[in-house]
Design a protein around this ligand. Structure first.
Ligand code: B3K
Ligand code: ZN
Length: 861
C-alpha cells in the first residue's frame, strides 16, 4: 500500500456545492443514486477529469448532464472526463450492508441500518471525492419497508415524508450546513426516542432525541441530561450555540469506536449512551457524559470548522478532547479529573511516543489513516492546546478560540490556522511552540537546585528523545507551574509559571523557608517526564501537604515508582527496600486518616502506578522493562500495604459501605470501598473473599457489584465461581453487562487467566463479529500484564492469533491489537524475542489489510 505524505497536499480540482442522494434501503441490498453538482475549482490546477473515490464499489450507471459518460476505473476509483466548468454527475451503485463486517460505510447492526464514514467510509457507499476539504450541502431521500425501518434519520432537518401503498415509506432530509462526506450519516430502523427540548442562549428551541431499541429506553436519561449540560456549557465557556433545530443521537451495538459526530445525527456505541445504576458503574456514567460532550463539542470544533486533510486530525480531535476534559472538570471537580486524564495519557500515550509507532500530533505520513486515531493525536493533542491555554491564561485563550471560530467558520482548516488564530487572538508568540506539532517523543526535563542567599536557583534541562524518522530534536517551550515549599518551616511557596524554552536554563525563585522542596509541573502543565532525585522525606512531605492536589498525588506516584522500579531491577539494599516500603505505607496511612480529604480524592491517592507506566519508567537508557519483576514488586507492595494497614482499610470499607447510593458522598465512598478490598485481598485472600462476597451480595448498584467481582476474580476461592455465575445469570440479556463479565475475567489477577480466556473464547456468548465483545475479552487480556506477558509467550501468541483471525473481518479493530506486541524493543530480551516472533508470524501470513500491514511493518522496522 502506498505512503501518503502531508507535503503532497493539493486542493481538489472540483467543488461539489450540492449533493443529492437517493437510497432504496434493504438489509442485504441497498441501491444508491448520487447526483453531484460539480464546478471547476478556481484555486486548483486545471483538470479534465474528476476522480471519485470508491472502495469495493461497481458503478451501475454513470451519466454527465444526463448523457452516458465515458468513465473508467483506476483501481477502486472512478474517473470521469469533464469538459466544461460545471456539470451534473449521476452515479448508481448497489451495496450489501449485511456483508459489511468492517463496519465502515453503510452496514447492518441488530436489524437496523447505520453508517460510519469517518475517515474514508463514504466511498464504500457511493463514488465521491472522499476528502475533508470538499464541502457540500446534502439532500437525501430514503425509501424502504416501513415494518423493518419505521424510523428514517439523516443529517439536518426532515423536510418531507410519505407512505406508499406497497408497505414502504420514504423521508427526505436536508442539511443546510455544507459538510465533508465523512460527516454524512443515515440510520434506518425500529427505534424509540427519549426527547427533551433545549432552549439555546438566543431562545431557539432544539429538539434533542436519544434513539435506542425499545428495551433500552429506560437507560437513556443520563445521556439526554449530559447532552443538555454540554450544550449549556459550550455556550457559557466557549460562546458556541447549536445551529440546527434538531439533535439526534442513535445508539448501535456494533461499532468500531466510541461514537461519531455526524452533523445533527451522532451515531454512538451503546456503551456510551446506556446507563443506569443497576447496569453501569460510576465510571461508565462519567464516560457517557464525556463522550456525549465530546461529540457535541465537535459541532463547532470539527463540523463548522473542519480539517483540510487527515494530517490535520488533531485540529479537531486534540481541541475537542481538551474541551471535553474542561467540561468534565467543571461537572465533577478539577483535581480528580486531571489526575484521571494524566493517568490515561501516561498509560496510553507515553508508551506510544516511546515506541515504533511514535508520531507527531500532526503526522507527516500514513498508509491507512484509521491507524492515526491515536492517543497521540487525541490526548497529547489536547495537552498541547492546554499548554497554550496555560501560557495565555483563560481569558486570552478564549479570545484566541473566538478568533479561530470567526476566521475559519465554514472552512476546512489546518493546525497552522489554529496556532495562528491563538497567536493573534491571545497575543502569544508561538513561533517555537509549533515544534510541538512536528516533533514526536515525550520530552524529559531534569531538575537540579541550589540555594543562593534567600533564593533558589532551579536549573532545568530538556531533551527530546529520538523517534522513528526523527533522530535529532530541537528544544521546545515547556510551561511548568512551580512552587518552592519549605519542609522545615512547613510553609507553602507561591506558584508561578516558568517556561523552559532552551536546552538548559536556570530560574531564580523565592524561598519560603529553609529546606526547600520544589513542587513542579503542578497540574501537569506540560506532557513531559520530570527526572529528579527527591529525598523520600520530601516526597512524603509533598504527598501530605502540597496545596496542589495534583502535585500531592504526583508525589505519591513518584515515591511508588522509585521504589517499585528499584525493587524490580534489584538495585535496592535491604535497608533501602524496607525504608521505601515504610515511607509508602506511611503516606497511605496519612491519606487514609486525613479528614480534610474527600473520598474521591482519597481514592486517587490510593492508586499505585500501573504496570505499563512502570515499564516505561524501568525502560530508560539501556535498561529494559521486566514485566515479571514489575508485577511481583507491585503485588508485593500491595500485600505489604494491605497487611500493615489491615485495620484502617477494614474500617474504611465499613464506613464507606454505610453510605447510601444517592448520598452526594456516595461516589467517593464506592471508589475507596473497592480500593480497600484490593489491598486487603493482596494481604489476606481468604478473609477478603468473604468480605468481597458480602459486598457483592449487598450491592444495590453496579459499581459495588463489579468492584467486588473484580476482586473475587483474582482469587482462587469458591465465592469467585458462584458470583461469576450469578452475575452472568442476572445479566445474560444485557450485552454491555455481559461484556463486563468477559472483561473482569480477562483482566483478573488469577494465576490461570490464560486458560480462562481460552475457555471464554469458546463461550456461546463470544463472537468475533461484535467489536465490543472482542474488546471485552481480548483488549482486556492484552492489557492484563500478568497474562499477556506470561513468560511462556502464550499471551503474545493468543493476541497474534486474534489479529490474524480478525483482520479479514474487521481490519480496523484487528490493527488496534498490534501496538501491544509492538512494544517489544523496551522489554527484556527473552520476552522481546517472543513478541517479535509473533509480529513476524503475522507478517508472514500474507494478504494483510492495509491497517494491519502498516502497524506490523512499522513495529518491526
Ligand atoms: N471522530 C470520531 C472518530 C472516527 C474514527 C474513525 N476511524 C469520533 C470522535 O473522535 O469523536
Ligand atoms: Zn473526536
Amino acid at each position: 500500500p502506498p505512503v501518503i505524505l502531508r507535503e503532497d497536499y493539493r486542493p481538489f480540482g472540483w467543488l461539489v456545492p450540492e449533493v443529492r442522494l437517493d437510497f432504496d434501503l434493504g438489509l442485504t441490498r441497498t441501491r444508491v443514486r448520487a447526483e453531484l453538482t460539480v464546478q471547476r475549482n478556481a484555486r486548483a490546477d486545471h483538470a479534465d477529469t474528476i476522480r471519485l473515490n470508491g472502495d469495493g464499489l461497481k458503478p451501475l450507471s454513470v451519466t454527465v448532464d444526463g448523457a452516458a459518460a465515458d468513465w473508467r476505473m483506476d483501481g477502486d476509483d472512478l474517473i470521469v472526463p469533464l469538459r466544461e466548468d460545471a456539470h451534473l454527475i449521476a452515479v448508481e451503485t448497489e451495496i450489501d450492508p449485511t456483508a459489511n463486517t468492517q463496519l465502515m460505510g453503510l452496514y447492518a447492526s441488530g436489524g437496523m441500518l447505520c453508517t460510519q464514514c469517518e475517515a474514508e467510509g463514504f466511498r464504500r457507499i457511493t463514488f465521491f471525492p472522499d476528502r475533508p476539504d470538499v464541502l457540500s450541502v446534502y439532500t437525501v431521500r430514503m425509501h424502504g419497508p416501513k415494518a423493518v425501518f419505521p424510523i428514517l434519520l439523516c443529517n439536518g432537518n426532515r423536510v418531507a415524508e410519505g407512505d406508499n401503498d406497497d408497505g414502504t415509506h420514504w423521508a427526505e432530509w436536508n442539511d443546510p450546513w455544507p459538510k465533508p462526506s465523512y460527516l454524512f450519516a443515515l440510520v434506518a430502523g425500529d427505534l424509540v426516542a427519549n426527547s427533551k427540548p433545549f432552549v439555546t442562549c438566543s431562545g431557539r428551541e432544539v429538539e434533542c432525541n436519544i434513539w435506542v431499541r425499545k428495551e433500552d429506553l429506560a437507560r437513556t436519561d443520563h445521556a439526554l441530561e449530559s447532552l443538555h449540560r454540554s450544550m449549556q456549557w459550550d455556550e457559557e465557556v466557549f460562546g458556541r450555540e447549536y445551529d440546527l433545530d434538531l439533535y439526534n443521537i442513535v445508539a448501535v451495538s456494533d461499532f468500531n469506536m466510541g461514537a461519531m459526530e455526524n452533523k445533527g445525527l451522532n451515531v454512538f456505541n451503546t456503551k456510551y449512551v446506556l446507563a443506569d445504576p443497576d447496569t453501569a458503574t460510576d465510571a461508565d456514567f462519567d464516560a457517557v457524559e464525556g463522550v456525549i460532550a465530546h461529540e457535541y463539542f465537535h459541532n463547532w470544533s470539527g463540523n463548522r470548522v473542519t480539517c483540510r486533510d487527515w494530517f490535520q486530525l488533531s485540529l479537531k480531535e486534540g481541541f475537542t478532547v481538551l474541551r471535553d476534559q474542561l467540561f468534565s472538570q467543571d461537572m465533577r471537580g478539577e483535581a480528580v479529573k486531571r489526575i484521571e486524564d494524566v493517568r490515561i495519557l501516561r498509560a496510553a500515550q507515553f508508551p506510544e511516543d516511546a515506541g515504533p509507532l511514535a508520531h507527531p500530533i500532526r503526522p507527516d505520513s500514513y498508509r491507512e489513516i484509521s491507524n492515526f486515531y491515536t492517543a497521540t493525536v487525541y490526548n497529547k493533542g489536547a495537552e498541547v492546546i492546554r499548554m497554550m491555554r496555560s501560557m495565555a491564561g483563560v481569558e486570552r485563550f478564549r479570545a484566541g478560540t473566538d478568533l479561530y471560530f470567526d476566521r475559519h467558520d465554514g472552512e476546512a482548516a489546518t493546525c497552522e490556522d489554529f496556532v495562528r488564530a491563538i497567536e493573534d487572538g491571545a497575543g502569544l508568540d508561538l513561533a517555537q511552540f509549533r515544534l510541538w506539532y512536528s516533533q514526536a517523543g515525550t520530552p524529559r526535563v531534569s531538575v537540579s537546585q541550589k540555594v543562593e542567599g534567600d533564593s533558589l536557583e532551579l536549573t532545568l534541562r530538556q531533551t527530546v528523545p529520538a523517534t522513528p524518522g526523527q533522530p535529532d530534536k530541537q528544544p521546545m517551550p515547556i510551561p511548568l507551574r512551580v512552587a518552592v515549599h519549605s519542609r522545615a518551616a512547613a510553609a507553602l511557596g507561591a506558584e508561578q509559571l516558568v517556561v523552559l524554552a532552551e536546552a538548559e536554563r536556570t530560574f531564580t525563585l523565592p524561598l519560603s523557608g529553609p529546606d526547600p522542596v520544589v513542587s513542579i509541573n503542578r497540574g501537569f502543565t506540560a506532557p513531559v517526564v520530570i527526572e529528579r532525585a527527591l529525598d523520600r522525606e520530601d516526597l512524603v512531605f509533598l504527598a501530605a501537604h502540597d496545596d496542589d492536589p495534583f502535585a500531592r498525588s504526583e508525589a505519591l506516584q513518584e515515591l511508588a515508582v522509585g521504589h517499585l522500579v528499584g525493587t524490580a531491577s534489584g538495585t535496592l539494599s535491604a535497608d533501602q527496600q524496607a525504608a521505601g516500603e515504610a515511607a509508602i505505607i506511611g503516606a497511605f496511612r496519612s491519606s487514609l486518616a486525613d479528614a480534610a480529604l474527600d473520598d474521591a480524592m482519597r481514592g486517587e491517592l490510593m492508586m499505585l502506578p500501573s504496570e505499563t507506566y512502570l515499564f516505561e519508567a524501568m525502560a530508560t537508557g539501556e535498561r529494559k522493562a521486566d514485566p515479571g519483576a514489575i508485577h511481583a514488586a507491585r503485588e508485593g507492595l500491595k500485600a505489604a500495604i494491605g497487611s500493615a494497614l489491615a485495620d484502617e482499610l477494614g474500617a474504611l470499607h465499613a464506613r464507606a459501605s454505610a453510605v447510601p447510593l444517592d448520598d452526594p458522598a456516595g461516589r467517593g465512598a464506592r471508589k475507596v470501598k473497592t480500593q480497600a478490598l484490593v489491598y486487603l485481598a493482596a494481604a489476606d485472600p481468604g478473609r477478603t473473599a468473604k468480605l468481597a462476597a458480602q459486598q457483592y451480595d449487598a450491592a444495590d448498584n453496579m459499581t459495588d457489584r463489579q468492584g467486588a467481582l473484580m476482586v473475587l476474580c483474582g482469587l482462587d476461592c469458591p465465592e469467585r465461581d458462584e458470583r461469576l455465575a450469578a452475575f452472568h445469570a442476572r445479566y445474560k440479556d444485557n450485552a454491555l453487562v455481559v461484556d463486563k463479565w468477559f472483561t473482569l475475567q480477562a483482566l483478573s489477577l488469577h494465576p490461570d487467566v490464560i486458560a480462562q480466556v481460552r475457555a471464554l473464547a469458546e463461550h456461546p456468548d463470544f463472537t468475533m463479529r461484535n467489536p465490543n465483545r472482542v474488546r471485552s475479552l481480548y483488549m482486556a487480556f492484552a492489557g492484563n500484564p500478568q497474562g499477556f506477558h506470561d513468560a511462556s509467550g502464550e499471551g503474545y501468541r493468543m493476541i497474534a492469533d486474534v489479529i490474524l483471525a480478525l483482520d479479514p473481518i474487521n481490519p480496523q479493530t484487528a490493527a488496534r491489537f498490534v501496538p501491544s506486541l509492538g512494544r517489544w524493543r523496551r522489554i527484556e530480551p527473552a520476552r522481546a524475542a517472543l513478541m517479535k516472533g509473533e509480529l513476524e508470524r503475522i507478517m508472514a501470513a500474507g494478504k494483510l489489510s492495509r491497517d494491519t500491514f502498516e502497524q506490523v511493518s512499522r513495529s518491526l522496522e
